[in-house]
Design a protein around this ligand. Structure first.
Ligand code: NAG
Ligand code: NAG
Length: 503
């Protein structure tokens, strides 16, 4: 790859020139950068055992969000006590302020020594989706370890991030770390059910305090391994945009009647035909109008012939690439607004034609479309006035965050990926197809980056919200290492290579 090579050469030049000038400017420099020496991310055997045991303990607390109104508040309260117990240093450090928001969410303000640096924020969430025992190799809230993996609901989504953040901070503090750049840690308790009482309240509080953030890092994207057919190596994707969402209820009302003399069309029949049309008519392919095209161009050289040729000549092959993307259900979600039929309710008795039929359709909106545009398209596709539309909830896709050389958050993630995952050659900007708490913080920053420092294979992707969700002990250790390095990287001058004339 050309870029890192050039960077290395430039770095060598800087070092050489630096040695020549250092004797002249030492005094001045030391005053300007009184930065503490870097703390290596090496952990003792005891610390490594403690960190995985801490994660297991977190998995064992069933912080389930069943619905927006039905959360396990006993477990959420217990979780608050748990983090106080396992991360005592975080809670007793004088430059860290801890607040409980919305009863069960937690906000930490870590005051850095240099107030001229704009703060950033790390996000994670406490709650998990329900997990009935059926199908699991070990009970979902047991946190049991098997063959090097810790099993349980929340091991990937998202107690790994939450515990990883607090764990790295705890380990840094024990090593007498003092940050230069201030940062916040926001742990929402209802992310799985829209985050209205957690993230939304934390955001309101920070907005009231006039906080502006350099960037935010949240879950939502991974090091993808084996998702794209024909791609030789895994690659890291940092999502710079998040899809929007509509939960749309369709309803048909007809006169009820006896099944012995049925009308030509029933509420069930009309509604079934409507949702079938929606399923059979995908929303338009928007390939080229989001970060996906940029990502593929950067990935071009990772493919063999002829895909590499197609991807590096998008001006010519764009229609072909866009059709190829549609073929796979994962990549299809990147190029269009997806339409998923998730609920269908009607009927009460075997011989009664029901008066009402209801269905719910879940749309995930591509960054190039809006809620209004998708609703209009859906109405045109259904094309039946007997079907009523009720929007249960909806939000537009998030704006695309910058990923250029000046984008601090993106470049810090990239730098940390390169040091902690040296085997990864490629970091690309992407679109997050799931929904995260970060959407509540749009007023606080223009840089929202979604990245979970973990390898994800298609088989592990299915465990998120599914069965046998698990994380390897080694992967969790690497996650802690990543955050440990990231927090320190955020203190240093982000520009990878200073220009020569600045010396
Ligand atoms: C809620 O959490 C508590 C303990 O934290 C647990 O004992 C209880 O079974 C949980 N309730 C449900 C419905 O999951
Ligand atoms: C963002 O700020 C605007 C203007 O102050 C306000 O009306 C809006 O509610 C805020 N949005 C969120 C999600 O906090």
């Amino acid at each position: 790859m050309a870029r890192p090579y050039i960077c290395l050469l430039a770095l060598a030049a800087v070092l050489l020139l630096g040695i020549a000038t250092i004797s002249r400017s030492r005094g001045l420099r030391d005053k300007a950068h009184q930065s503490a020496p870097r703390i290596p991310s090496q952990f003792s055997q005891e610390e490594r055992v403690a960190m995985k045991e801490a994660l297991k303990g977190a998995i064992q607390i069933p912080t389930v969000s069943f619905s927006p109104k039905e959360l396990n508040t006993t477990a959420l309260a217990e979780f608050g006590e748990y983090i106080r117990k396992v991360f005592p240093t975080v809670f007793k450090t004088s430059f860290i302020r801890h607040e409980v928001v919305g009863e069960y969410s937690h906000l930490f303000t870590v005051h850095g020594s240099d107030p001229s640096l704009q703060p950033y924020m790390l996000l994670a969430h406490i709650d998990v989706v329900p997990a009935p025992d059926e199908g699991w190799d070990v009970p979902p809230f047991s946190g049991l370890e098997r063959d090097g993996f810790i099993y349980g609901r929340g091991t990937i989504d998202n107690k790994n991030s939450l515990m990883g953040i607090l764990q790295s901070l705890e380990l840094l503090l024990i090593r007498n770390y003092i940050p230069r750049r201030s940062f916040f840690i926001a742990l929402g308790h209802d992310e799985e059910v829209m985050g209205v009482n957690g993230a939304q309240k934390i955001s309101a509080l920070l907005q009231a305090r006039g906080v502006q953030l350099a960037f935010i890092v949240d879950e939502g994207s991974f090091i993808f391994d084996g998702f794209i057919p024909g791609l030789k190596n895994p690659f890291a994707m940092v999502s710079v945009s998040e899809k929007g969402l509509i939960n749309l209820m369709l309803q048909v009302n007809t006169t009820p009647g006896h099944s012995s003399a049925p009308p030509k069309e029933t509420s069930i029949g009309i509604l079934a035909a409507a949702v079938n049309r929606l399923e059979q008519t995908p929303m338009p392919n928007m390939f080229g109008d989001g970060p996906t095209k940029m990502a593929l161009q950067e990935l071009a050289n990772e493919f063999s012939f002829p895909t590499n040729l197609f991807l590096s000549n998008m001006w010519l092959f764009r229609p072909l690439v866009s059709r190829l993307m549609e073929r796979n259900f994962v990549t299809n979600a990147l190029v269009r607004t997806t339409t998923a039929l998730t609920m269908f309710n009607s009927g009460i008795k075997v011989n009664v034609i029901p008066a009402v039929a209801q269905a719910i359709v879940n749309f995930r909106i591509h960054p190039a479309q809006t809620v209004q545009e998708v609703l209009k398209l859906a109405k045109d596709i259904v094309a039946d006035d007997r079907v009523q539309f009720h929007v249960l909830n909806a939000f537009d896709p998030s704006p695309i965050s910058p990923s250029d050389d000046q984008a601090l958050g993106y470049q810090l993630l990239r730098q940390t990926i390169q040091s902690v995952f040296p085997e990864i050659n490629i970091v690309v900007p992407g679109t997050c197809v799931v929904s995260t708490d970060s959407k509540h913080y749009l007023n606080l920053t223009t840089g929202i980056y979604l990245f979970n420092p973990l390898y994800l294979q298609p088989q592990s992707f299915r465990t998120v919200h599914g069965i046998n969700e698990r994380i390897s002990v080694q992967a969790y250790e690497r996650q802690v290492k990543f955050i440990f390095e990231f927090i320190q990287n955020a203190d240093t001058d982000p520009k990878p290579v200073p220009h020569l004339h600045e010396l």
